[in-house]
Design a protein around this ligand. Structure first.
Ligand code: SAM
Length: 288
């Protein structure tokens, strides 16, 4: 377990340096680094100090505010984001997708309509591919239709991993979600390594996107999963994001968030809670 003090691997971080790192991280990403995360920050950044041959965190802060600061902040973000994820995490959202949402969306796609799903803060892609598998189960010919899944994350290493589409499954993955192997191809000679099979792979497009920046996507989404991402942001940052997600949804579209997250504030007006951490954008005219 990582200690909650500013010390790890023989390195320590002073209060001023920690505040500088935390301020840069929050400005770049929205992620709030509280004091209890000091040990975690030191443990993750100390190998960066070694790679840059820096004696301590004060010297690291000088790099962050120097001419190479912008590039170094990108490196810092890669080290400080938490990328924990897995296939079919928080399965009730996939149940809702299968039973409540996909029947309508599949009918729309079959009649030539455009259907878009978004995994916002996708980490290494398991969430987006789980969505693709649900779609393929409901509509095996989905890949050539106009159903697409966008998977975005601030962490470019995770985007590369998702695009590579190779995963090592755990025993739990295999026993809890037998559907996985149906949409994967075993990698010869590598125990429990799999590649996502082509129909699911071809439906997902990965792109790096910082949720704090303007979003370049033109069209709206039918389903947005943004789960276990905003939990790291301040309430103020969350309150700015909710209306942007509401605006990015088609009327009747669905927003799924993480188990410990809640939509609060003015964004709740157009969004209606329809399940556990599951919201629906009210159809036009239904808003009071
Ligand atoms: C804990 S993972 C969640 C992955 C997946 N959604 C899930 O629930 O399993 C959080 C992800 O959010 C990403 N993230 C953090 N801040 C972000 C930001 N400002 N813009 C986009 N992605 C961000 C991180 O890089 C990380 O991959």
């Amino acid at each position: 377990m990582i200690p909650a003090v500013g010390q790890a691997n023989g390195q320590t971080i002073g209060d001023a340096a920690f505040r500088t790192v935390a301020r840069h991280l929050q400005e770049q990403t929205g992620i709030v680094l509280t004091d209890v995360k000091k040990g975690l920050a030191v443990s993750r950044l100390s190998r960066r100090l070694r790679a840059l041959q820096l004696p301590d965190f004060d010297a690291y802060c000088d790099v962050l505010s120097g001419p190479d600061g912008a590039a170094e902040m990108q490196e810092m973000v890669l080290l400080l984001t938490t990328n924990v994820t897995r296939f079919f995490r928080e399965p009730h959202h996939y149940d809702a997708l299968r039973t409540q949402i996909l029947p309508g969306l599949v009918a729309k796609a079959k009649s030539g309509g455009r259907v878009r799903l978004w995994s916002a803060g996708c980490s290494s892609g398991e969430e987006a591919y789980s969505m693709a598998m649900c779609v393929l189960e409901a509509f095996p010919q989905a890949a050539p239709s106009n159903i697409r899944i966008l998977a975005t994350d601030i962490d470019s290493n995770m985007i590369t991993k998702g695009q590579t589409a190779r995963y090592q499954l755990s025993e739990d993955d295999l026993s809890e979600h037998p559907i996985l192997l149906k949409h994967m191809v075993k990698v010869p000679g590598r125990d429990r390594y799999v590649d996502i099979a082509e129909p699911a792979k071809s439906m997902v497009r990965f792109a790096r996107l910082n949720l704090q920046d303007p979003w370049p996507m033109q069209g709206k989404f039918d389903v947005i999963f943004c789960r276990n991402v905003v939990i790291y942001f301040s309430t103020e940052t969350q309150q700015k994001l909710w209306p942007r997600f509401a605006k990015a949804l088609n009327h009747g579209g669905h927003l799924m968030i993480g188990h410990s997250e809640r939509v609060t504030g003015p964004a709740l007006t157009p969004l209606r809670s329809v399940g556990v951490t599951h919201y629906e954008l009210q159809a036009q005219g239904a808003m009071t």
